[in-house]
Design a protein around this ligand. Structure first.
Ligand SMILES: Nc1ncnc2c1ncn2[C@@H]1O[C@H](COP(=O)(O)OP(=O)(O)OP(=O)(O)O)[C@@H](O)[C@H]1O
Ligand SMILES: [Mg+2]
Length: 224
């Protein structure tokens, strides 16, 4: 279970205070996928960064089962993400001078997995996402939607329990978006994991269990 208890995060820009996350609390049960939407600048990406410890919150506590992000050190949180979280960032954060294959294989290399195991798993994902032909292309030479799929595969390659995804269908056509959402929903249900998805895309509606609206750092539960 993900438990977020009264977290707040402020940024100071010159003399102005931006409340990116304002006293947010929520619980997400295992096997659940939630959707967060809201205007640009509402605090959605900040919230995702906060719950996985990439942001240090000013107040409040965050737990993934028994693991407390807000008590852990930076390196403990880094290990926690490596072992348990599939992060799909808004701007992909891929290594541009490397190939699609190398990008997807990287998390398993960091976990020191055997070469054969890495090859098998990575190839399987490229097949699922219909990307085999582009496996050896450098990221620089891929389209936006292809990069997006590489970022999704990289997040899934370690079989994480928790998927944290930021605008993952922004560059995808409707058919591919449906495929990606269906794939991730099935994955999370089978794994009994948790999905926290930020999206402007109303297509996601049919694939999620719960919905939240964020405005000026405040998160409200809304009906689907
Ligand atoms: N590292 C930072 N330093 C200072 N201010 C920041 C930082 N990151 C975000 N902000 C500010 O915090 C607020 C929330 O930003 P955030 O990126 O979370 O918005 P968002 O809801 O993800 O927007 P979008 O839909 O455009 O991606 C914005 O006002 C933004 O300018
Ligand atoms: Mg954002």
């Amino acid at each position: 279970m993900l438990r977020v208890d009264s977290i707040s995060k402020q940024y100071f820009i010159n003399d102005t205070v931006v409340k990116a996350n304002d006293n947010i609390s929520l619980d997400v049960e295992k096997g659940t996928l939630i959707w967060i939407y809201g205007k640009s600048g509402a605090g959605k990406s900040s919230f995702l960064n906060s719950i996985v410890g990439l942001n240090k919150v000013d107040e409040g506590r965050i737990f993934w089962d028994d693991y407390e992000v807000t008590q852990a050190t930076t390196s403990e949180n880094s290990d926690f993400r490596k072992n348990n979280c599939g992060l799909i960032f808004q701007f992909f954060e891929l290594l541009h001078s490397q190939t699609a294959y190398q990008n997807v294989a990287l998390p398993l290399k960091l976990l020191k997995r055997k070469k054969e195991e890495i090859q098998k798993k990575v190839f399987e994902l490229f097949e699922h996402f219909d990307m085999v032909k582009l496996m050896n292309n450098k990221i620089n030479f891929l389209s936006g939607g292809e990069k997006q799929r590489v970022a999704i595969m990289r997040a899934l390659v370690t079989n994480p329990s928790f998927i944290i995804a930021d605008e993952i269908t922004a560059c995808l056509d409707e058919k591919t978006s449906h495929f990606v959402y269906a794939y991730l929903k099935k994955y999370i249900k089978e794994k009994n994991g948790i999905g926290v998805f930020v999206s402007h895309d109303p297509l996601i509606k049919d694939y999620v269990d719960d919905c939240y609206y964020m405005e000026s750092g405040v998160l409200k539960n809304v009906s689907l």
